[in-house]
Design a protein around this ligand. Structure first.
Ligand code: IMP
Length: 414
């Protein structure tokens, strides 16, 4: 089967950008299926660096085709800026980047609402303020505006009234000032003209490419514990970063995905609010942040840091049906020189090998830690507890800094 999904097994920032760029060598197409410009996928190749937000990572490879599926939400300004910057590095993306007309637009008022609500709340989520929640709320509330609408001016003007009236009430209730209808209409028409050359029905595009023998990577953004259903609700994002999200977000049959690469970091990080059992607020957390350069690729916020949490990885492997594990930033743990991980939790007096399904219990659990003599033994523990092989170990930022374990070496089983 032609499809491989790449998903994050923690709270995002697992290093998926690098993993996708690395694996893209064996693939022809990379598809984004959820999230939006809240994502930040960093790729380093030689002296080139690029932080992808909306455009599929992997497009630094000049023969890779990129697809943005309907499950994504596109912020026009962020998209056009990223397109300009990437085209400066790799040349025109016309004929190489495709966007589905059903993809939703992040409207300026969605970003306003995200920021207004976060600021007004006494318990903010700690969102990236990129308008992700309000845009997806409008998707499900049947008040969204889609890329295809921006290419049909007469339809758009009529259609926009309901979303406009609804959102004006929200913005004004929170003390914001709503842009005029005409201003937003003009903004969308201009965006429509700019994006038009990239818009195609991506279901047909993928089907055609598949028939010609293309191999296709599905690029998950964020991570399993930010999933709207399976994450640490309500401290989650408004989409499905899990492998199942790829089927609904890109219009792909579940039986076509036969490989799921689960990416996790050798320790754990989280940006924004919400539970984080293995967080270390002391010296270790600070050292991990310094050595690992743990600052948000999108917002620049310092990430919260702590030990690897194996129950998280085990449960996420189940939800995603992970077939191959890819551990990243092993070099950071090597530099720290301590190989510690939570192997289980104690939840209300009982031992558990999985994270809780009840929100309240996340605040009521204690990680049970174990120290390992080496990185290799920590990796073996993860394999044993997940039942899934760790096939790749990333030991640096560069594309080449990956050890495939079957080939032997420090992290290899010859
Ligand atoms: P939103 O996606 O901006 O609504 O933010 C919801 C939560 O998801 C916040 O805790 C964010 O910090 C987190 N989040 C969103 N996108 C990413 C990401 O790409 N990496 C890590 N955390 C993210």
């Amino acid at each position: 089967m032609p499809y491989t999904a790449i998903v994050g097994l923690q709270w995002g920032d697992e290093g998926k950008g690098k993993v996708i760029d690395y694996l893209a060598e064996d693939y022809d197409v990379v598809v984004r299926f959820q999230g939006g410009a809240n994502a930040g996928h960093s790729v380093y190749v030689g002296d080139k660096f690029f932080a992808f937000h909306l455009i599929p990572s992997g497009m630094l490879r000049e023969d890779v085709v990129g697809v943005i599926g309907p499950g994504v939400v596109i912020d026009p300004d962020a998209f056009l800026k990223e397109l300009r910057e990437l085209e400066k590095m790799v040349g025109s993306l016309r004929g190489r980047l495709f966007v589905d007309p059903r993809t939703h637009v992040v409207m300026p008022y969605h970003k306003q609402e995200d920021a207004l609500f976060e600021t007004a709340s006494d318990k903010p989520i700690g969102t990236t303020r990129r308008g992700i929640g309000p845009t997806n709320r409008d998707r499900y509330g049947r008040l969204g505006i889609r890329i295809g609408d921006t290419l049909r001016p007469v339809y758009l003007k009529e259609y926009m009234r309901r979303p406009y009236d609804f959102n004006r009430k929200i913005v004004e209730a929170y003390g914001g000032s709503m842009p005029s209808f005409e201003e937003l209409y003009g903004f969308l028409l201009e965006f429509g003209e700019r994006i038009a050359p990239y818009v195609v029905d991506t279901v047909i595009l993928l089907e055609d490419m598949e028939r010609k023998g293309a191999r296709i990577l599905l690029e998950g953004a964020q991570g399993t514990y930010l999933d709207i259903n399976f994450g640490t609700y309500p401290y989650v994002t408004s989409s499905h970063p899990i492998s199942g999200g790829a089927t609904i977000g890109a219009g792909i049959s579940p039986w076509k995905i036969d490989r799921v690469v689960g990416v996790f970091k050798a320790y754990t990080t989280r940006v924004g609010e919400g539970p984080f059992p293995t967080e270390d607020n002391g010296e270790v957390g600070k050292r991990l942040r310094d050595i690992g350069g743990e600052y948000g690729a999108t917002t620049g916020r310092p990430r919260r840091c702590g030990w690897l949490d194996i129950p998280l990885v085990v449960y996420a492997s189940m939800i995603n049906g992970v077939t191959d594990l890819f551990i990243t930033k092993m070099d950071v743990l090597d530099e720290l020189g301590i190989y510690r991980a939570a192997v289980e939790y104690e939840i209300r007096g009982k031992r558990a090998g999985y994270p809780p399904a009840y929100s309240a219990d996340w605040y009521d659990l204690k990680p049970v830690y174990e120290d390992f003599p080496s990185g290799e033994s920590l990796i073996e523990e993860v394999e044993q507890r997940t039942g899934v092989p760790v096939r790749f170990v990333s030991v640096g930022k560069e594309r080449k800094a990956v050890i495939e374990r079957k080939t032997g070496g420090k992290y290899g089983k010859a």
